[in-house]
Design a protein around this ligand. Structure first.
Ligand code: ADP
Length: 524
């Protein structure tokens, strides 16, 4: 990668990581925003560092959490700054709102090559967003490309985020890192930044998905990170004989590790779910906690959602869902009949999501009274399989192979049930959104799916959805048949599940309080 500067960075002087602050001071800080009365004391300051955040850039649940959790934390008396890459793909309407806060040159690589770091800032609903600007690293259309580009990109991002905090003269109590892309941040904090102001902060790292870890050969990561040789040890970054693992290093150095559900926190300490880091996580289990995700209940609000054909609440859901169903059927070219049971699936199309099970039973899902709607993009094998089923079952199946936020809202509102049969699922948001929209989840009992969907119990008249345990297509089919049986033969019971789902608390409030508790424990 060329050592090229962005136009605004040309001719700037190199700034060491512990440079005196030179930031422009007039922009808003999170501390200045108003917060609700009777907030818990003491106030905590937190810097979120991660690779995506709705509405700027989102490829999955991480983007939702990076948006919703900081907002929920502001209601828990936390002062939150979110640090993100300034990708070129961030929509123009947000780029225009960003204010230039300053720039400097930063050493990055082992050979001390220096790179431009620009800081662009905007404030939204009490949260301050600082975007790290560098055209060499962030000018691609997509936040993630391939590891050849992503490894240097996220070495740069991790270091630049900390250098930016020093530059802005903002030392938070906690630096909260997310997934492997921010994995080097705790490592930098304990090494190259330990004697700088930001080195006083405690670090937390959250595992949103352990499958992706940022693994590459040691010479490459050592070169791009500029980290000292001793961190490439088996207990820290080294993996196998010749690789370095950025996530592993972050987990080792962080003061606290969290993941997005209690069940996933247990699962990842076993070989099946541990993605080769189970022993590492067992070693660090004393600082590992599971806190289940919530959803932003202002965005996901069926009463106000402008994307729906008909808004509704728990009182009129049974009537209004039919209107949404008909609108969905019309939009997707399905037979318009509100008597049909519509089963939705909204997902990245990868093997994590249990799509092999869905493929194995697909013909058995179709029975003349059921329609299936799939929204997703991903691996060609699944895209092709679902396109094939659409062509075979025209008018009954729609495979919408795309990423479409609006259609996702309409499926959550118009479908009767949502399928989430994942092989593994750290938390999963689609089942939470589905419940909020009165759509009954059919899920495998793994990770956050197990923690958030209580199985329907007809004797106790309780539960939120239909579940199965082992990763087995026959068990998935059994769960779907159980759901269909209640839907078609005991409709009052089904309607009660729908209403229970809509009343379930899936907001961030409780989880944000748990994060705050951990922040307090880290900074006595
Ligand atoms: P993951 O993070 O593993 O992709 P989650 O269930 O945690 O899965 O989060 C998925 C999020 O992405 C949800 O908000 C879901 O609505 C959204 N989503 C997934 N696929 C699509 C798609 N094709 N179009 C629109 N939204 C999607």
């Amino acid at each position: 990668m060329a050592d090229k500067k962005t136009s605004s960075g040309k001719g700037r002087k190199k700034t060491p990581v512990n440079a005196e602050p030179k930031a422009v001071k007039e922009t808003v800080t999170a501390a200045e925003v108003s917060v609700e009365e009777a907030l818990p004391e003491p106030r905590r300051s937190v810097a979120f560092i991660g690779s995506e955040c709705y509405p700027f850039v989102k490829t999955g649940g991480l983007g939702d959490v990076m948006y919703a959790l900081p907002r929920a934390l502001t209601k828990q008396n936390c002062d939150v700054k979110v640090i993100l890459p300034r990708y070129k793909c961030i929509p123009e309407k947000y780029q225009e709102k960003m204010v230039y806060r300053g720039s400097f040159m930063m050493d990055l690589c082992a050979d001390t090559r220096a790179f431009y770091v620009g800081i662009m800032e905007m404030e939204m609903d009490g949260v301050v967003y600082d975007f790290i600007d560098n055209e060499d690293f962030f000018s691609w259309g997509n936040p993630y490309t391939d590891l050849v580009k992503d490894i240097p990109k996220f070495c740069f991002f991790g270091k630049a985020a900390l250098a930016a905090l020093n530059y802005l003269d903002w030392t938070p109590d906690i630096i909260h890192c997310h997934d492997w892309q921010a994995g080097l941040v705790p490592v930098y904090l304990h090494t190259l930044f330990s004697d700088t102001p930001v080195g006083r902060a405690k670090s937390m790292i959250t595992i949103h998905n352990l499958r992706f870890q940022g693994i590459y050969n040691i010479p490459t990561i050592q070169y791009w990170s500029g980290l000292p040789g001793y961190v490439f040890d088996h207990t820290l970054l080294k993996q196998g004989y010749e690789d370095a693992n950025m996530f592993k290093g972050g987990l080792a150095f962080a003061n606290c590790i969290t993941t997005v559900s209690g069940t996933y926190a247990q699962e990842i300490q076993t070989p099946f779910y541990g993605e080769n880091l189970d022993a590492h996580l067992r070693f660090h289990s004393g600082k590992l906690h599971g806190i289940v995700n919530g959803i932003d209940i202002d965005i996901w609000n069926s009463e106000t959602d402008k994307l729906l054909a008909a808004n509704y609440n728990v009182k009129d859901v049974l009537k209004k869902k039919k209107e949404n169903k008909r609108a969905l059927q019309e939009r997707l070219g399905l037979e318009q009949d509100d008597g049909k049971m519509v089963i939705g699936l909204i997902s990245r199309l990868t093997n994590q999501k249990g799509l092999d099970l869905v493929n194995a039973i697909f013909p058995e899902l179709i029975d003349g009274n059921t329609q299936v709607v799939i929204l997703g993009t991903g691996d060609a094998q699944y895209e092709d399989a679902f396109r094939y089923y659409e062509s075979v079952y025209k008018g009954t199946v729609c495979s919408y192979i795309a990423y479409d936020e609006g259609l996702a809202h309409q499926i959550y509102a118009g479908a009767d049930a949502l399928l989430v049969p994942s092989l593994f699922e750290p938390c999963g948001l689609t089942q939470l959104i589905a419940m909020r929209y009165g759509t009954v989840p059919i899920v495998r009992e793994t990770g956050g799916l197990k923690d958030t969907v209580e199985p329907y119990n007809k004797y106790a008249d309780s539960g939120n959805g239909f579940t199965f345990d082992r990763y087995d297509a026959g068990l998935l089919l059994d769960a779907v048949i159980r759901a269909k049986t209640v839907y078609f033969t005991e409709r009052e019971r089904w309607d009660e599940i729908v209403q229970r789902d809509m009343e379930k608390d899936v907001s961030w409030a409780k989880s944000a309080r748990q994060y705050r508790e951990l922040y307090l424990q880290l900074r006595p």
